[in-house]
Design a protein around this ligand. Structure first.
Ligand code: ZN
Length: 306
């Protein structure tokens, strides 16, 4: 059975070695080590080599690129080498720099699909945290400007001593089923033929199962009991920082009534059709890409015996 450990962006995480985050001397020495592994991000995009399938790995020479750059300690690889992500300033240009010709800053959605699992997890984690820093420069308690602490995993406010931690927002992503059928939906802005599982943010005071049932009714008019939800696996999703929680939920009703603000249409397909969708042989539906957790939810259900 598929678990969260198999899901792209979640698989093959490095040892975060979080105890080093509070040790500035260790961090200062670590980034100068010969075996240090450093990758660059700019505006949420990782620097990939010409193949587009690997991060560009830099060593201690990175200190000469942008000495004041924000550095994020990602952890250690299997050999114990420290790994950092460096956030390059908006104005940094590859042309004319020390690393001209090594690669290109590449959109994360495209990058994630090509990177091997550990690198995809690293780039995606760095993106979520760096985007959080970008949008949380000011203290939510007093409005003062906060500063980066603990190797990038925290912000503190010098004015009120407030501490702020990177957030991750849970999203229920659910495949409603009824016997041998499952429900797919599509948004008007999606490419023609693209259908996926329904999804929505978990609200305060709500369980993931309750959010799945509520969203299903709000978006598609389908009623379901949260008690009939089954958790499958989850995936951190760096756009900007969600945790997609995969659910299969048995529906009580089948009559679809879509909320046009959210969905353009929703439709029931059979298990056999779901298998065709995944195989790429369905006449008018194509599957979410393998990078998306929706793909794996559909696959998990489609491969079960009726
Ligand atoms: Zn403050």
């Amino acid at each position: 059975m598929t678990t969260s450990n198999d899901i792209p962006l979640a698989a093959k995480p490095v040892d975060r070695a979080a105890h080093h985050r509070t040790d500035p001397e260790w961090l200062d020495a670590a980034i100068k080590r010969e075996d240090v592994l450093v990758f660059l991000m700019q505006g949420g995009k990782p620097l990939l080599d010409a193949s587009g399938k690997s991060l560009v790995w830099l060593g201690p020479e990175v200190a000469r690129l942008q000495p004041q750059a924000e550095r994020l300690f990602m952890g250690k690889d299997k050999a114990g080498a420290p790994i950092f992500a460096i956030s390059m300033a908006k104005g940094f240009k590859l042309e004319g720099s020390l690393i001209e010709g090594t690669g290109e800053f590449t959109d994360m959605r495209g990058a994630a699909a090509g990177l091997e699992l550990m690198q995809a997890n690293l780039a995606s984690t760095a993106r979520s945290i760096l985007e959080w820093h970008r949008s949380h420069r000011f203290c939510s308690k007093c409005g003062g400007e906060s500063v980066v602490a603990e190797a990038g995993w925290k912000r503190v406010c010098p004015s009120c001593n407030g501490e702020h931690f990177p957030r991750t927002d849970p999203v229920a992503i659910m495949l409603a089923t009824k016997g041998d059928k499952c429900l797919l939906g599509r948004q008007a802005t999606w490419p023609a033929g693209f259908w996926s599982a329904l999804a929505g943010f978990v609200e305060p005071g709500e369980t993931v199962e309750q959010a799945a049932a509520r969203e299903l009714e709000e978006e598609a008019g389908i009623k379901a009991d949260p008690a009939n939800a089954e958790y499958l696996f989850c995936q951190p999703w760096p756009f900007p920082s969600s945790l997609m929680v995969g659910i299969i939920i048995e529906a009580d009703t089948t009559e679809v009534s879509v909320e046009q603000d959210e969905l353009e249409a929703a439709r029931w397909i059979t298990r056999e059709e779901a298998r065709q969708v995944l195989a790429g042989t369905h006449p008018d539906i194509y599957a979410p890409p393998a990078m998306a957790v929706a793909h794996h939810i559909l696959k998990e259900w489609a491969m079960r015996d009726a």
